[in-house]
Design a protein around this ligand. Sequence first.
Ligand SMILES: [Zn+2]
Ligand SMILES: [Zn+2]
Length: 388
Amino acid sequence: MTHDIDPAGLAALIALRRDLHAHPELGFEEARTSAMVADALRACGCDVQTGIGGTGVVGTLRCGEGNRAIALRADMDALAMTEAAEGRPHASRTPGRMHACGHDGHTVMLLGAAQHLARRRNFSGTVHFIFQPAEEGLGGAKAMLADGLFARFPADRVYGLHNMPNIPVGQIAVVQGPQLAASDRWEVSFTGQGTHGAKPHLGQDVVTAAGAFLAALHSIVARQVDPLHPAVISACAVETGNFAALNVIPDSARIGGTARSFDAGVRDLIEGAIGQLAHGIAATYGLRAAYEYRRGMPPVINVEAPTAIAQAAADRALGHVMTAFPPSSAGDDFAELAAVVPGCYVWLGNGPAADGALHHSTRYDFNDDAIAPGVAFWSELVETDLAL
Ligand SMILES: [Zn+2]
Ligand SMILES: [Zn+2]
């Protein structure tokens, strides 16, 4: 590999990764992690800005006369869960906190790339190393954007990376098109005049209406969404009635769930269709319906130009690149950044899932053997996109 790190440098990155793993911090609480990141970035000659979107850090490295800029993102947060790995020397020291998604590895690989690129100075332009807080559902990317991320650190392209178990170590999947789903929430409530359970004709029946709504809900994906576009609608909570009053038809019923999609048109269709169904059922049963659809993260969609560059860089850095890999119905708020600046998100092999542990498992661990290929990819990506 053209971006081999010296053994001492690699040993230091592994030690740092294990230190971060032992000291996980939740979203927007990454004080220790971000301080270590800022110190390491300063030590290798980056300009460093801290406190962006809470605990976010950006390190900037300029080289040559090039006037183009790119941004590379790592996330720093851990999850609110207790690690359950027996005999792992670097296991979390804090119950209820765990790096179960490998963000400790992401942080270290991007620092390793900053150090490596600062030594080689083999590109022309500006790189912003973005260390984002709170990726796990708390809106760290949005917080950094609200704090002027791309106004303060303008970039022509943004790149993200996530470790992926069951892709071999030393391999990277870089795939054009959808990678991660849009993740939205919805809520429907039916309201009428409750009545005696023995005299349903004297009121309206929200329980039966809720049943009819739930039975028809899955016809949206089955009959309205293009079968060649993936989509998920799930009802995940239902609330109505009282088991201490089984002779009472209640006044209201509340139903809520999630919706996942990759395509903007499908997302719009789902938002409209759930509401249309709710109001149609309400009309049928003589009820009032209230409907709320809350859009969460947009989907991560890899667009052509940055994807081609990332593919070329992965191929050069590692000798091969996987250009096909199935998308995930999970989400990543990298999508917020890629909605502003054209982006590409890649999957870095973490090797076989040890003990079957996948992301968000109490036994998951980032694989230190993936650090060197990760640093090599980030470094080659910068030297390719900002070639001399
Ligand atoms: Zn995660
Ligand atoms: Zn993650």
